[in-house]
Every structure is written in structure tokens, then in C-alpha cells.
Design a protein. Structure first.
Length: 407
């Protein structure tokens, strides 16, 4: 295994030598630079796993070098070193992407511990990126396969009265797609097996019988079910990717001044059809004059859609789902109430934890990754708000969250 490469940038010869000698004894390959320009040239020419960077250099400010490293070598970890216990410099260095910040004089053990943490995080980050690339590849292949499947089924429906030879060719193509799906199953987590199995089942039914025996309406129904399961898989993968962003600290907000009432109304209308399919009493109440909020429209929409979708999914036919957007004391509030089965008090605190799934009255878990509410909580927390649930068994649930208003 190649040695991890470390660059020590400090204008004090004794400090550079001290760090270099001790790190070489620890098994690292160590390089030195006494000036900022020298360090920049080395960083441009070589990849370093870690840079130990003095914030006060005679020619270039250490923070400028930090910005340069983040730009040209984002995977390189940086530990800032200074002789001045400046809180402002510390905060700025961390904002610019430094892993940590230590003050001279420091113990060797402090530096070694910080380095091991930084390099450990780097290794995990690289492994996570590889896993994410595999998930993204599987996601793309699933989208292409499903689009292709939809097109082929439409073609067969239109060609219902054509030669049987065309139907046989389509069946061969379906077998190829089934094989592709089996290969994809080995690449993704077990949470994707259930919807993928359903897709294969419906496709096989179409494959093994002539279209005229199944009936055109039944074929369309199977196509719709195939598409629903496909969207479910995409949502599962997106949940996994979102959760990974949160864990890596990469979920950021593109916040802007927004009208929460408009966002709530858009979300309400967007999934209105789902409530209609279950014959629900689906209602909305939005205050006429709401103050502006500083928020990420896309992520707040994601939260509202998730909560509304859950309410509709868990509410039996003929039940009620109500969306309310209103102003509280220095905050904006959104609540989604339903007349579903309700949630036991002992289980309510677990809902917003990772991989926690709701169960049916007979003890079976609902489909999904168990990440939806966990991600919702993290999004609301990033906005400086809170999210919670009030529920009573056999009477329904109300999920609410608050957001600060623009002052």
C-alpha cells in the first residue's frame, strides 16, 4: 500500500523539521515548503493526502492557499496551524473547508490524532463517492430500461392485430430487459428488490400471454403498475443519495425570499389526484397574509410533498387529510392532519430516526427506505426550524413543522 503523502507548509525551519521527522517516523511520506508560492507549485504538480498549513506565511496568506487547495484538489485534507488563537481566523478557515485548526505550541500527539481523523475521513469520503457512483449508474440504467419498456409495450398495444412475428420479437426484448433487471438487483440494496420483483411479474404476464388474451385495458393497468413501481425505486434511490449528502455534510440550501403559502398551495395541487383516487376529503387552509420566509423552495417542497403523500397513503378510503399554513409567534407553521390509524406514543420519537419504518396494524412494515422523515427533519433543521408529530391510535396523526420568518 503506497504511503500517504503529507505537505508541511511553515516558514519556521525548526517547526517544519520537527513535524517532518516525526511524521516520517510514523510512516508518512513528507514534503516541505517554506513559502506560499513554493507550496502552490507543489500542490499543482502532485496530489497530497494532507496539507499542514501555517496561516501566517511571509508571501501569501494561508487562507488564500486553503482556497486554492479546495479549488484544485478538493479531496486533499487541510489542517491549519497558527501562533495566534484567533477565533475569527478559525471560523473562516473552517468555512473555507479546513478539516481542523490547531494552535502553536501544540503537542505532537494532538497533531497525530487530528491527522488520523482527517485521513480517515478522506478514505471514507473516497469509498462513499465510489458507492454513490454505482448507485447513480444503477439509477440511470433503471430509467433507461423503464423508458424502453414503456415504449415497447405501447408499440405492442398499437400493433395488436399485426403479425405474430412482431409479438415474438417484443417478447424476446422483454426477456432481455428482465435479465437486465436481474443484474441491477445485484448492484442495489435489498430495499429495491420488492418493487423490482413487481415490475418483473407484470412484464412476465404480458410476455407469456398474447395481448388479445390479456385485454388492452389489463395491459394498460399492468403498464401503470410497472411505472408506479419504477417511480418508487427512483424515490428510494433519491432518499439514499439525500441521506448520504447529509452524512457527508454536503446538503446545502439555496435559500431565497419566498412565500410559503404559494409553496403549500402548489404542493397541495400537485398530489391532489392521489387523494381523489382514495376518495379522501382533501382540504387546504392557508392564511391570506403571510410574512416572507428565507428558504430553499425545492427542499421545503420536498418536505411538504413527503408529509402529504404519507398522510394520503396511511389514511383509509373516505378519510380526511387537511393541509394548514399559518403564522405563529415570529414563525410560520405548516401542519398536515389525517384520520389514519395513528401512531403509538412510544413509537413517535423513533419516526424521525434513520431507517425507521411505520408498521400496519398487523405488524407488517410499509414499503420504503425509512429515510423520508429523517431527511425531512434534517432539511427543517438546516432552515432553523423544528418538526414534530402529534398522534393518537385509531384517531389519526398531525405532522407539523415551523420556519423562522424574515425580520
Amino acid at each position: 500500500m503506497p504511503k500517504e503523502q503529507i505537505l508541511v507548509v511553515d516558514d519556521v525551519d525548526s517547526i517544519r523539521s520537527f513535524i517532518t521527522i516525526n511524521l516520517e517516523c510514523e510512516g508518512y511520506e513528507v514534503y516541505q515548503a517554506s513559502r506560499g508560492q513554493e507550496a502552490i507549485k507543489m500542490i499543482e504538480a502532485f496530489f497530497f493526502n494532507l496539507v499542514i498549513l501555517d496561516i501566517m506565511l511571509p508571501d501569501i496568506d494561508g487562507l488564500k492557499i486553503l482556497k486554492f487547495i479546495r479549488k484544485v484538489s478538493p479531496e486533499t485534507m487541510v489542517i491549519m496551524v497558527t501562533g495566534y488563537a484567533s477565533l475569527d481566523s478559525s471560523i473562516l478557515a473552517m468555512k473555507e473547508g479546513a478539516f481542523s485548526y490547531i494552535i502553536k505550541p501544540f503537542e505532537l500527539s494532538e497533531l497525530l490524532i487530528t491527522m488520523k481523523k482527517a485521513l480517515g475521513k478522506q478514505r471514507l469520503s473516497i469509498e462513499n463517492k465510489q458507492l454513490l457512483e454505482e448507485l447513480k449508474k444503477a439509477n440511470k440504467e433503471l430509467e433507461e430500461a423503464n423508458l424502453y419498456l414503456e415504449q415497447k409495450v405501447k408499440e405492442r398495444t398499437r400493433e395488436l392485430e399485426l403479425l405474430n412475428e412482431d409479438l415474438n420479437k417484443a417478447n424476446i426484448e422483454l426477456k432481455r430487459l428482465d435479465k437486465l433487471k436481474d443484474e441491477l438487483i445485484s448492484l442495489v440494496s435489498h430495499d429495491l428488490k420488492s418493487p423490482l420483483t413487481a415490475i418483473i411479474g407484470y412484464a412476465s404476464t404480458i410476455q407469456n400471454k398474447p395481448i388479445h388474451e390479456i385485454g388492452e385495458e389489463k395491459v394498460k393497468e399492468y403498464i401503470e403498475r410497472i411505472l408506479n413501481q419504477s417511480y418508487r425505486m427512483l424515490n428510494l434511490i433519491n432518499d439514499i443519495l439525500d441521506e448520504q449528502k447529509v452524512k457527508e455534510g454536503k446538503m446545502t440550501l439555496n435559500a431565497e425570499i419566498s412565500d410559503l403559502g404559494i409553496i403549500g398551495r402548489e404542493c397541495y395541487e400537485e398530489i391532489k389526484i392521489l387523494a381523489a383516487e382514495k376518495n379522501l376529503e382533501y382540504t387546504m387552509e392557508i392564511d391570506s397574509e403571510l410574512p416572507d420566509a428565507f428558504l430553499d423552495r425545492s427542499k421545503i417542497r420536498q418536505v411538504i410533498i413527503n408529509l402529504l403523500s404519507n398522510a394520503i397513503k396511511f389514511t383509509p378510503e373516505g378519510g380526511k387529510v387537511h393541509l394548514k399554513v399559518y403564522q405563529g409567534k415570529r414563525k410560520l407553521w405548516i401542519s398536515i392532519a389525517d384520520t389514519g390509524p395513528g401512531i403509538e406514543k412510544s413509537k413517535q420519537e423513533e419516526l424521525f430516526k434513520e431507517f425507521k419504518k411505520l408498521k400496519t396494524p398487523d405488524g407488517k412494515e410499509y414499503e420504503g427506505t425509512g429515510l423520508g422523515l429523517s431527511i425531512c427533519k434534517k432539511i427543517i433543521t438546516l432552515h432553523g426550524g423544528k418538526i414534530w408529530v402529534q398522534s393518537e391510535v385509531n384517531k389519526g396523526s398531525k405532522f407539523s413543522f415551523s420556519l423562522p420568518v424574515v425580520t
